[in-house]
Design a protein around this ligand. Sequence first.
Ligand code: C2G
Length: 138
Amino acid sequence: MKKEKIVLTYGTFDMFHVGHLRLLNRLKNLGNKLIVAVSSDEFNEIKGKKTLIPYDQRALIVEHIKCVDMVIPEHNWEQKVSDIEKYDVDIFAMGNDWEGKFDFLKEHCEVVYLPRTENISTTQLKLELNKFLDIYEK
Ligand code: C2G
């Protein structure tokens, strides 16, 4: 029986948007099982990232994306090697804003960085929302 090709990625996925979706779809196409580690609220504090949407809702949305097979929590920077071993991961992959940052994982599995989707980010969405509120909700 041919082993499934398992892909693993990590992220906050706050205010889920098409940049996240396009990444996850491309990641799934690298193999045939996609595991997504969603950053916990506590870990986002450590990352210095303020999230709008709490972990349980961010994880639930990602879990229901068609190309996602499993969601696990991301609690810290250090869990990646044990996750790769625990889930028998073949490919660790991230958007290329992380280019090179996780090359140390190459001794455990393939490491792939894919181009980010241009002109969309959670930060940009927040800025646009503020402009929208200023104009229409004053
Ligand atoms: N992404 C993308 N295109 C965008 C925005 C994000 O491809 N326009 C990708 C990022 O490159 C990342 C993933 O979507 O691979 C999730 O992005 P974030 O939620 O911003 O995750 P991040 O804060 O980078 O957390 O241990 C790794 C960290 O948890 C990654």
